[in-house]
Design a protein around this ligand. Structure first.
Ligand SMILES: C[C@@H]1N[C@@H](C(=O)NCc2ccccc2)[C@H](O)[C@@H]1O
Length: 449
């Protein structure tokens, strides 16, 4: 392995209480809210095909006009307690809020920038009341922070001249000041969700990203920061030049999920997902495939079955309300979680052979393994192949009238669980209590005393 000064500083997952809590939470709510919600993907009657929160980068968008949108930011219908209640009803255990997206507009009255809510008609801090409302519902809060800041004159995508280097030096001080300010103002937050760290200016300064992460950990012990913040001294991101994960969990799964256990190498990881194909901020016209609640539930289940967290994104409107489709998803997912959340909370990879009907999720540290059935076989037989030395002690469903009869042994450690012929309109859950095969006829010698 290469001698790295700014590569991974830890091998394997964190085992402290904060990370154990994060790992048990499994379902999160992402919120992208800012000035981009005002145009909502449209400008002077024309629609923008990209992601709505990137509209400032659209060649037809006069950037000064975008930058002046702060004069219209006045979310008169913003009710953070209602936001927190609907997130709680959905079954979200943590929430990630955009404090500042790539456009640089701060949803808190930062003393390091003029481009904040304080300059808007709203005037008041948006973040504080949100953190308080969510915490009051028992939901942890993480702060999304974009390193890219199109509003800051000292930000650079690349350093080409000594003047660039001097400007970027000032910019890094600004970044450190804003992050310090956020931790001081909102001490109950559990971590940062960094973004906008793919440019050369950041990639080529691994030392700074490493020192910044260590500085933030000292300031706020236990802070959780994903792999998207860091670069090592050779410009490697997420995984250092020795292929070791940097940060506390793999944070590269954006609008995509791993397929199988081997894709995540036993690391903690988190997938973040949009309901439409690729809109994070509010876009008036959603085009392409809009994910149903059942599709989002299956992604959540798949994530938990592969030992990761799943975060669903919402883009509130400029007045502070949520669009109907998003309210519907929160209610439908919440209804499913009310019945089935025991299979999700504290869920992790069961290590069982994957079957076509769906996913296994082990309740961390127990012999309880949940089957979440997403594809009912026309045969009505759910094949279950247990690992060696494992027997089936009990089989129950979380809802009634799912299973018919008792499991049928069809081979060594292999069973069919027969289903009731009742049609299902959502994934359903079967709990397997397993136990280790008794060893009195085992072949190994008792240890010689
Ligand atoms: C969480 C999302 N990340 C922002 C983004 O720019 N994604 C596009 C992107 C994703 C991965 C590498 C480069 C660029 C989007 O605007 C959202 O904030």
């Amino acid at each position: 392995t290469l001698p790295l000064e700014h590569g991974a500083h830890r091998i394997g997952n964190r085992t402290d209480a904060d990370m154990t809590r994060w790992r048990s939470q499994r379902l999160g709510q992402f919120i992208h809210w800012g000035l981009y919600a005002i145009p909502g993907g449209e400008w002077k009657g024309k629609t923008y095909n990209g992601a709505a929160e990137w509209i400032r980068s659209w060649k037809e968008m006069p950037q000064q006009e975008y930058d002046n949108l702060y004069k219209q930011f006045n979310p008169v219908n913003y009710r953070p307690e209602e936001w927190a209640q609907q997130a709680s009803d959905m079954g979200a255990k943590y929430m990630i809020i955009t404090t500042k997206h790539h456009d640089g507009f701060c949803l808190w009255p930062s003393k390091y920038s003029k481009y904040t809510v304080a300059a808007s008609p709203w005037k008041k801090d948006i973040i504080g009341p949100m953190v308080d409302a969510y915490n009051k519902k028992g939901i942890d809060v993480y702060l999304y922070f974009s390193i890219i800041d199109w509003n800051q004159p000292d930000w650079r995508a690349a350093l080409k001249t000594p003047a660039d280097a001097a400007a970027y030096q000032r910019f890094k001080v600004f970044v450190k000041n804003q992050l310090t300010e956020l931790l001081q103002r909102y001490p109950t937050v559990k971590g940062f969700w960094f973004d906008g760290t793919w440019d050369d200016s950041w990639k080529n300064d691994g030392a700074f990203s490493d020192e910044l992460e260590q500085y933030l950990q000292r300031l706020h012990p236990g802070l959780i920061i994903g792999s998207r913040l860091r670069a090592d001294e050779k410009g490697a991101r997420h995984f250092d030049s020795n292929s070791r994960l940097m940060g506390d969990y793999e944070q590269g799964w954006e609008r995509k999920l791993p397929e199988k256990s081997a894709d995540v190498h036993g690391n903690d990881w988190e997938g973040v997902m949009t309901i439409p194909e690729n809109q994070w901020g509010y876009n008036a016209k959603w085009t392409g495939h809009i994910k149903s609640s059942n599709e989002l539930i299956e992604m959540l289940v798949k994530s938990a079955s592969l030992g990761g967290n799943f975060v669903i994104n919402f883009g509130p409107k400029s007045d502070g309300t949520f669009r109907t489709e998003e309210v519907q998803r929160m209610q439908e997912i919440g209804h499913w979680m009310k019945i089935n959340s025991s299979a999700i909370d504290g869920g992790t990879d069961a290590g069982f052979a994957k079957q076509d009907w769906g996913y296994y999720i082990r309740k961390s540290g127990t012999d309880s393994v949940y089957m979440v059935v997403c594809n009912v076989p026309v045969s009505g037989n759910l094949r279950v192949k247990l690992p060696a030395q494992t027997t089936l002690a009990n089989v129950t469903s979380l809802e009634k009238n799912i299973i018919s009869g008792t499991p049928e042994l069809i081979g060594k450690n292999e069973y069919f669980i027969h289903l009731d012929h009742k049609s299902q309109d959502a994934p359903f859950v079967i709990l397997l209590q397993t136990s280790k095969e008794n060893r009195d006829n085992s072949s190994f010698e008792k240890a010689k005393t």
